[in-house]
Design a protein around this ligand. Structure first.
Ligand code: PDD
Length: 278
C-alpha cells in the first residue's frame, strides 16, 4: 500500500514519524475520513472545508493542494472504492512540551483502505444496528475533528461489551451523537437531529441528509433530543461518511418502534443513491 507523508508518496513500511511528533504525544492533530467511489471523492469539498475549519480552530497553518494529493493517492492505490484518512499534526517539537512554537512544520499523513460501495449494494445490504445510550465524556469542542478520540473509543468498547454495535452519547440530559457518527430520529414524518454547536461534529453526511430532505419536501428540525424523545421515535438513524445512513433498530435493549428498518430511512437511502449516481 502507498501512503502520503510530508510531500512524498511512499510504501506504508517506509512511512515513519518521530516519537516527538505532537500527534503521538498529545493528540495535537486533526483529521478527515473521506470516501471515494469509483475513484471520485464523495462530498470532497465539504470535507476539505471542515478540515480548514479544524485547522483554523487549533491554529495550524498548512498550505497543501489537498485535492491533487488525495486524488493521486487514490490512483496509486488502484482507484475504485476507498476510504481516505488524512491527518495533520502540529509536527515534531523535538521534545515534550505543552507550549509549541508557532513556526513548526506540520506532519501531513494520508492513507486509504477499501470500502464497499453501499449504494450499489442496495438497501437490503444495509444491516441495522443496536445501540446503548451512555455518558458523553468528551471535551467542550466536539466541533473540531480532533484525533483525541479516547472517550469515543471507551464508549465504543462499552457498547461492544454490552453486545451491541453502537454507542449513542448523552450530555446534560440531551443526546449528542454516536461514537463516530451523527444522530437523527423520525417522528410522524419529520426528521429531527441535534443542533450544530460545540457539542457535536458538523457531519458532512448529516448536512447531506438535511439538504436532500429540503429538496424533496421532507420536513426537518434541529432540536434538543432527550432520552424519552429518542426512545419514543418512529425511526432512529446514524450517519457518517463511511456508512452513509444506517437505521438503529434497538436501543438499551428496547426495539425502536417495531424494530424494523423504517420507511423514511428507505426513502433517504434511495435519495442518497440517486445523489451518488449523479
Ligand atoms: N467519523 N460525529 C463523530 C464524532 C464522527 O467521528 C463522525 C465521523 C461523524 C460523521 O461525520 P461525517 O458524516 O462527516 O463522516 C459525526 C469518521 C467517519 C471516523 O472517525 O472514522
Amino acid at each position: 500500500k502507498t501512503v502520503y507523508l510530508n510531500g512524498e508518496f511512499i510504501a506504508e513500511e517506509q512511512a515513519t514519524v518521530s516519537v516527538f511528533d505532537r500527534g503521538f504525544l498529545f493528540g495535537d492533530s486533526v483529521y478527515e475520513v473521506i470516501p471515494f467511489y469509483r475513484g471520485q471523492g464523495f462530498r470532497l469539498n465539504e470535507h476539505l472545508h471542515r478540515l480548514e475549519y479544524s485547522l483554523r480552530a487549533i491554529q495550524i497553518a498548512v498550505e497543501h493542494d489537498w485535492i491533487a494529493i488525495l486524488t493521486r493517492l487514490v490512483e496509486l492505490n488502484g482507484g475504485g472504492n476507498l476510504s481516505v484518512y488524512l491527518q495533520i499534526s502540529r509536527g515534531n517539537s523535538g521534545n515534550r512540551s505543552h507550549v509549541y512554537d508557532a513556526e513548526m512544520t506540520p506532519t501531513v499523513f494520508a492513507c486509504c483502505s477499501p470500502i464497499k460501495d453501499i449504494y450499489s449494494a442496495g438497501p437490503e445490504s444495509v444491516v441495522g444496528v443496536r445501540a446503548i445510550v451512555t455518558a458523553d465524556l468528551r471535551w467542550g469542542r466536539c466541533d473540531i475533528k480532533s484525533t483525541g478520540l479516547l472517550p469515543n473509543i471507551l464508549v465504543m468498547q462499552q457498547a461492544r461489551q454490552a453486545g451491541v454495535e453502537e454507542a449513542l452519547m448523552i450530555r446534560d440530559g440531551l443526546l449528542t451523537e454516536g461514537a463516530s457518527c451523527n444522530l437523527m430520529l423520525v417522528d410522524k414524518g419529520v426528521i429531527y437531529t441535534p443542533k450544530r454547536g460545540s457539542e457535536i461534529l458538523g457531519g458532512t453526511t448529516r448536512a447531506l441528509i438535511l439538504e436532500l430532505a429540503a429538496e424533496n419536501g421532507i420536513p426537518t428540525q434541529e432540536v434538543d433530543i432527550d432520552y424519552d424523545r429518542l426512545m419514543s421515535a418512529d425511526e432512529v438513524w446514524i450517519s457518517s461518511s463511511t456508512r452513509a445512513v444506517v437505521p438503529v433498530l434497538e436501543i438499551d435493549g428496547q426495539p425502536v418502534a417495531d424494530g424494523n428498518k423504517g420507511p423514511l430511512w428507505a426513502r433517504m437511502f434511495e435519495l442518497f443513491t440517486r445523489y451518488q449516481n449523479n
